[in-house]
Design a protein around this ligand. Structure first.
Ligand code: ZN
Length: 134
């Protein structure tokens, strides 16, 4: 089963928690056991699994990615499209994550959630969710 989510981002760079939305899609799928792949088909955004309880974790992730690829840095790609830092940050994450579905629920650690990382917002991002029953 393939589902699509449209997520509007509001900041240039931000991390948006998707856990409840993905869990809802899993529940509605009726799949009790299997895998859930969450994929963002965009070159300047990423998917990550990390702490979604304390918001300062996401802030620290963004702050430290900014140190590695500063927004105002000098990049080749900026001659074509002024968002090279966004591509570099996205490439340090991944466009997808795979979660285990067990008993109709996503297996996540107590503090873990699944999130979209936006590096070239604000935009409307497509997110694909593929659920595989086994
Ligand atoms: Zn670009």
């Amino acid at each position: 089963m393939l589902k699509e989510l449209k997520i509007s981002t509001f900041q240039k760079q931000e991390i948006i928690d998707l856990t409840k939305k993905i869990q809802e899609i899993v529940e509605n799928s009726g799949v009790e056991n299997g895998l859930c792949l969450v994929y963002v088909p965009h070159a300047t955004a990423g998917i990550l699994i990390n702490e979604n309880y304390d918001a300062s974790v996401c802030k620290d992730i963004l702050t430290n990615l900014e140190k590695i690829a500063p927004s105002n840095g000098n990049y080749e790609h900026n001659k074509i499209d002024d968002n090279a830092h966004s591509h570099i940050k996205a490439s340090m994450l991944s466009p997808s994550e795979t979660l285990i579905i067990d008993g109709g629920n996503l297996i996540l650690g107590t503090w873990q959630g699944i999130a979209l990382a936006e590096f070239d917002g604000p935009k409307t991002r497509k997110i694909l969710i593929k659920i595989i029953k086994n």
